[in-house]
Design a protein. Structure first.
Ligand code: NAD
Ligand code: IPM
Ligand code: MN
Length: 356
């Protein structure tokens, strides 16, 4: 089991260290190799995704990723910015299916900003298409406008696009995932305005014909954003495009108590995967030893389940996380009156201990 370990920037290094600690405490043998990525790789090699890092990721069975980015790189040319590393990994490895499960653990019902009764027992799965949409569509750039409201003015543009096979394959992923859960898929679009998302809706509807046992509901993204905080438990599987999925998954993270609790798996058609928390490098708390490592530790559990065929070990980690929460240990982002505040490393140590 070959794992490429890419901690990245900011809290990335702190949280990945804890996930590695947990993996090493299992009675399994991994071949782990680390490499620089993001701003750290730019500093050392002049590029956020050096060839050597990409090759390491390609050769691995799975990639464990922290986070990339820092405000200080915001002025770099776009191809050199840290965020290009994660986008490049997704594109080069063909990681089109992103699973972001928003589960509210019983012990954290009070940590969410929502009323307990709205989120108690919450278990929804956001499936975000990850290699298409306005993120990768060409052309993009800056130019002088020749039409529009201000001809002759400087303007910028991006291209939103999806091909039929791209929509079909993510729709299959969503329907198949729903079959193993509560058999309900909500496809989120903006078909009332955007051609790309009318097409999305049409293709998802077409694929649905092969899954008569699964209920399909269509919802506009603005309404979905509202429904997610109004009645989140009404959702089961949510499938959507790259950009809407990015936004809705950050929103959904607060239903679980904190963005520090939301893991993710990004898979290609060979079940090779990249596993990372849904959050970023959190420059505002980096270096302080206070970041919540649980999203990354839970991502490692997803890695064991999806890419390494180690379901029992995945469940062991998930049970250990619940045990630690039941013990009342909390990083500051999920802390509430009556619980014990701990730092990043203490949280990782506690999970290791709870593995039994
Ligand atoms: P962010 O997710 O890094 O942080 C948003 C807020 O959540 C911050 O207040 C942060 O302190 C908090 N937070 C995030 N993770 C936490 C954790 N584990 N524990 C406790 N608190 C946590 O988003 P941002 O501030 O908008 O972006 C910061 C940088 O990260 C940017 O450069 C952005 O491009 C990058 N980013 C990278 C990824 C990735 O690598 N996949 C994802 C998102 C953002
Ligand atoms: C995420 C991040 C990335 C995205 C950025 C850093 C490119 O926000 O993984 O959610 O937008 O996909
Ligand atoms: Mn995001």
């Amino acid at each position: 089991m070959k794992i490429a370990v890419l901690p990245g920037d900011g809290i990335g290094t702190e949280i990945v260290a804890e996930a590695v600690k947990v993996l090493n405490a299992l009675d399994l043998t991994f071949e782990m190799e680390s490499a620089l990525v993001g701003g750290a790789a730019y500093e050392a090699h002049g590029h956020p995704l050096p060839e050597s890092t990409l090759n390491l990721a390609k050769a691995a069975d799975a990639v464990l990723f922290g986070a990339v980015g820092d405000w200080k790189y915001d002025k770099l040319d776009r191809p050199l910015r840290p965020e290009q590393a994660i986008l490049g990994l997704r594109k080069n490895l063909g990681l089109f299916a992103n699973f972001r499960p928003a589960i509210c653990y019983e012990q954290l019902v009070g940590a969410s900003s929502l009323k307990p009764e709205l989120i108690a027992g919450l278990d929804i799965l956001i499936i975000r298409e990850l290699t298409g949409d306005i993120y990768f569509g060409q052309p993009r750039g800056r130019r002088v406008a020749t039409d529009g409201h201000f001809p002759g003015a400087e303007e910028a543009f991006d291209t939103m696009r999806y091909s039929k096979p791209e929509i079909e394959r993510i729709a299959h992923v969503a329907f198949q995932a729903a079959r193993k859960r509560n058999k309900k898929v909500t496809s989120v679009d903006k078909a009332n305005v955007l051609e790309t998302f009318q097409f999305w809706k049409d293709v998802v509807t077409e694929v649905h014909a092969q899954y008569p046992d699964v209920e399909l509901q269509h919802m506009y993204v603005d309404n979905a954003a509202m429904q997610l905080v109004k009645a989140p438990k009404a959702f089961d599987v949510v499938v959507t495009g790259n950009m809407f999925g990015d936004i809705l998954s950050d929103e959904a993270s607060m239903l679980t108590g904190s963005i520090g609790m939301l893991p993710s798996a990004s898979l290609n058609s060979k079940n090779q995967g990249l596993y990372e928390p849904s959050h970023g490098s959190a420059p505002d708390i980096a270096g302080k030893g206070v970041a919540n490592p649980l999203a990354t530790i839970l991502s490692a559990a997803m890695m064991l389940r999806f890419s390494l065929n180690q379901e029992a070990a995945a469940q062991r980690i998930e049970a250990a996380v619940q045990k630690v929460l039941a013990q009342g240990l909390r990083t500051p982002d999920i802390w509430s009156e009556g619980t014990t505040q701990v730092g990043t490393a203490q949280m990782g140590d506690a999970v290791v201990k709870a593995l039994g």
